[in-house]
Design a protein around this ligand. Sequence first.
Ligand code: ATP
Length: 512
Amino acid sequence: MATNEDNLKAIISHAKEYGFVFQSSEIYDGLSAVYDYGQMGAELKKNIKDYWWSAMVQMHENIVGIDAAIFMHPTTWKASGHVDAFNDPLIDNKDSKKRYRADVLIEEHVEKIRQKIEKEVEKGTKRFGDAFDEEQFRATNPNVLRNQSKIDEINLRFKVAMDEEDLAAVKQLIEELEIACPVSGSKNWTDVKQFNLMFSTEMGSVADAASTIYLRPETAQGIFVNYLNVQKTGRMKIPFGIAQIGKAFRNEIVARQFIFRMREFEQMEMQFFVRPGEEMKWYEYWKTERVKWHRSLGIDEKYYRFHDHVKLAHYANAACDIEFDFPMGFKELEGIHSRTDFDLKQHEQYSGKKLQYFDPELNESYVPYVVETSVGLDRTFLAILSASYTEEKLDDGSERTVLSLPAFLAPVKAAVMPLTRKDGLPEKAREIMEVLKFDFNCQYDEKDSPGKRYRRQDAIGTPYCIMVDHQTLEDNTVTIRDRDTMQQERVSIDQLEGILQAKVSFRKALTA
Ligand code: ATP
């Protein structure tokens, strides 16, 4: 059976072979944790962005979108807390010289204990069959209970140490748990240090401290500083949202795992401004809406799970993650946070400008509360790619690799092919291309046998292949092959636009 690691490797190499994702500056041996999207990847990424934008902005009268600059006034990041607190605790192994996030080392240790619990539950399921009461088993089995209390104790100690900024206690925990470096196997650790994740650069020609600026580590602040501009010029009434898609930069310490954790990545964020006191209602609303959005991609439910935050960020009064079962296990895909009035209040304080809303119904002014939905574009890309990647054994014994992408996100919607390169078939196929290309991204392909061409399209997830043959010249019909069923149907050329439209428009997914 393929392991998760094999699976990730297969996806990475497929992504490269078919022009989805390349390592950045590969001819110079690449730049760590930075990636480029190739000709297919750029299309898929653009479609995901468009779909998110349609669902968030186009479908909601009270949400508008902006496109703020990556560079922002440096005080922004003082006010947001990033200069002082956007840190990860890091630790080095003295033997391998490898650097780790202390919290990740501890989390991975906890995960191993959790796996033991799951094994115990699995054994129970096998032993008791249908009579197995999982809930009761988890609540009473001594091995499960012992391991669960270990987990709780570790989590609590870690939380207290971090809350008290006691990095020596974090190191002590790592030592007591006898966590070893996965590379050297040694437990020879340095002290734990805080490391700020923001990239900085200099603006202007004089390199003094005043000109140090940051590459934004999140897109949210571009929305907060524009809150009043948008509210006033758009005559927005609370509750309303501001959405944005854009690049963010973080100098991640542990930056492996392909496009899951990158140093330059893209976020799709929406900040929803509400009346103070109503934030929990909207928090629940957006949790439901965002899960619906993910479900509308047609990926099996088993890939998703919710994770409520126990340890809340200083600005939040409720937070949860939508996690996805990536090839390396369940990890955060999207965060939904109730951020209170923290950000706007901070910007009021640091800028000296009022960022309030006059509520005509209440006849009073207040600083709105904010509910945020923040999803990684690259992580969504990886989620879709990995859930779609399938190696199939066919009835005739042959194999095919197919990307069963949601049709409305597929980079190429239809491939138009002449059966042979003579008898006027290419000309006829070109005629079809000329019509379809205005509404659909199509590929013309006449090289190699039809079987090979179909496989190529399967590998990039093209929902339909349209074949022009000799009968086409007689009765204006073509065969249209479905990627998933591999069935071919004969249809009239006039029907093609309608068939494609029904399959690939956002409408069905948006109304699902
Ligand atoms: P993590 O705990 O995985 O580092 P985070 O909690 O710091 O993520 P947020 O600050 O909530 O992430 O950012 C919102 C979203 O941005 C995340 O849910 C994720 O999809 C995406 N994201 C964050 N960091 C990265 C990264 N380094 N590479 C790719 N996507 C990222």
